[in-house]
Design a protein around this ligand. Structure first.
Ligand SMILES: *Cc1c(COP(=O)(O)O)cnc(C)c1O
Length: 387
């Protein structure tokens, strides 16, 4: 018996990867156990976040870090930190920014569905550049000088979406940002693996970086990481906390030392809806340690073996495995209609198998191994054999 049979909800096979719609991935037993243990006692949340900061610091090289309720929450809190700094009046005002210093520059080709998180906190997005290389007639994207030209007295920071396609390079943008003393907030939610990316964006000049906890790290589905400069991380933390306290009863730990300079405490703020529980913090810290101590090649070999087993059982034409950090099995069919018919058939079976449809126009459905077990691989292989 499982909780899902108690609730009357069928379990599915998630071959899409750790997507939110399909409940992310599965946690390792030690991560679930950390969450269970965390639920059995109470702690001071600031002390728990200080412990998380030490863990995140170890994993990323950042000055500080906090656990958030997801990468999107980390971007929202990071924006709030950049807009308000350590000023409680500015924190209380968000999402208003009375002096108008609320503009975040971003490269137009990096616009995405998740950038709403900045707007919610009070930012105004200023798009820069023409993404010619996407539209076909040209080859260029935004240049660093174009970002520089867009800086005004209302510019608060620069937002950067990390990805294989992202241009200009973060290093080039950081050169401009440093000159104008503008902080850079990087959304790197899905940029793991490789493990080295935990350090990379900070090394390249980011002031804050956001990661998902529920993707490849293998933490709780509603967890994320915000890592970076200690003053900004401290501001972000404060804007998520319960602050129904007297100021003389509050003494922040050294991990969030900059909070000791504050002239007063803000009220519950813009970040309160990003609240994270002790169970998520404990789970994320355990998952992060596990992620950084797992050998990269071993992790990839496990995923690859799962896809190879599926291909072996499925047999027939049109199966190929593509490289990159996460290997993906492509199942090629003649066209879009046959791909969709196969996807519908797999989803209609018991258990339902959900495949990736990102390449359906080419007649391809995809299998991502990250949210699968070995038993799932057997089932997918058998069901594909009858395709
Ligand atoms: C997945 C993703 C997010 C959201 O992450 P959550 O942890 O689910 O909040 C944000 N930005 C990008 C680029 C993502 O891929």
């Amino acid at each position: 018996m499982s909780i899902y049979s108690d609730l009357g909800v069928p379990e599915i096979i998630n071959a899409c990867g750790t997507v939110t719609r399909l409940s992310g991935g599965m946690m390792a037993p030690e991560v679930a156990e950390a969450m269970r243990q965390a639920s059995l006692a109470c702690v001071d949340m600031v002390q728990l976040q200080a412990a998380a900061s030490r863990t995140i610091r170890e994993a990323t090289g950042a000055e500080a870090g906090i656990v958030t309720s997801g990468a999107s929450a980390a971007v929202l809190l990071g924006t709030a930190a950049i807009l308000a700094g350590l000023d409680p009046a500015r924190m209380n005002a968000l999402p208003d920014v009375p002096d108008g210093k609320r503009e975040f520059l971003m490269v137009r080709s990096q616009r995405n569905m998740y950038d709403k998180a900045l707007v919610v906190a009070g930012a105004r997005l200023i798009e820069v550049g023409i993404p010619d290389r996407y539209s076909g007639p040209g080859v260029r994207d935004a240049a660093p000088w174009e970002l520089e030209a867009a800086i005004t007295k209302n510019t608060a920071g620069i937002y950067y979406l990390a990805g294989a396609q992202s241009k200009p390079s973060l290093r080039d943008i950081a050169t401009v940002a440093r000159e104008h003393r503008l902080p850079i907030l990087v959304d790197a939610a899905g940029q793991l693996p490789p493990t080295a990316n935990l350090h990379r964006f900070l090394d390249e000049g980011a002031d804050l970086v956001a990661f998902s906890g529920g993707k490849a790290i293998g933490g709780p589905q509603s967890s994320g990481i915000l890592a970076g400069r200690m003053d900004l991380i401290s501001s972000a933390l404060l804007q998520m906390l319960d602050l129904d306290i007297y100021e003389d009863a509050w003494s922040p730990p050294a991990e969030f030392g900059p909070l000791r300079q504050m002239r007063g405490l803000p009220h519950h703020g813009i970040g309160r809806s990003c609240k994270v529980g002790k169970e998520e913090i404990a789970g994320l810290c355990t998952a992060l340690k596990r992620f950084t101590s797992t050998d990269e090649a071993t992790r990839r070999a496990t995923w690859l073996a799962r896809l190879q087993r599926i291909a072996e059982l499925a047999g027939g034409e049109g199966l190929s495995i593509e490289g990159k950090a996460i290997p993906i099995l492509n199942v090629k069919t003649p066209d879009l209609d046959t791909a969709m018919a196969l996807a519908r058939k797999l989803a209609a079976g018991t258990p339902a198998i959900h495949c990736g449809l990102g390449r359906r126009d080419e007649g391809i459905i995809t299998v991502n191994p990250v949210a699968l077990t070995d038993a799932h691989a057997e089932e997918i292989g058998r069901r594909l054999a009858g395709r």
